[in-house]
Design a protein around this ligand. Sequence first.
Ligand code: HEC
Length: 159
Amino acid sequence: MSDAKLTKFRLFTLTLFVLTGVVAACSGASIPVTFEDRVIDSARIEQGQQLYAQYCAACHGVNGEGQFPNTPLEPDPTGRYGAPPHNESGHTWHHDDALLFRYVREGGMGDPSAFYPMPAFGEQLSDEQIVSILAYIKSLWTNDQRVYQQQRTEAANEG
Ligand code: HEC
């Protein structure tokens, strides 16, 4: 490619990139983070982020990328799964609120030969602290994932 063509090409991709961002920002304002039937405000989410950094990040990754970020959903050479990602690449958003809450309070439910252990935090964290942490995790998801997870929660509460 000639220099002129290359510059044009770069300008074109740059414009495309900026336009995509603008469209994404305008379409669908971000839906609020909720827990059960409460909307959780940004101060609580920030508090949750700090607690997450302190109690969860060592295993689940600072940004929720999981214990083995390159192969987050595959077993390691010992045959066990590590702490799964909590961000939009994981599957945490498939679980309803009550289940997520129970997971953190009571600890992992995985078979220890197939999973690294997930500790119980019921002794160290108050219920409200757990809600803040879960709210932070939810802030890592896409809008669609938050909508889906809210529907799961509503369905679980009806059933
Ligand atoms: C010592 C490592 C470790 C720490 C610390 C830890 N986890 Fe986990 N966590 C795991 C592992 C391993 C699993 C998967 C095994 C299982 O499900 O039993 C898991 C699973 C989970 C799950 C269910 C799977 C999913 O994606 O929905 C949730 C929710 C969760 N952890 C939240 C937390 C939160 C919140 C904290 C901090 C308060 C935390 N974990 C701290 C190791 C850890």
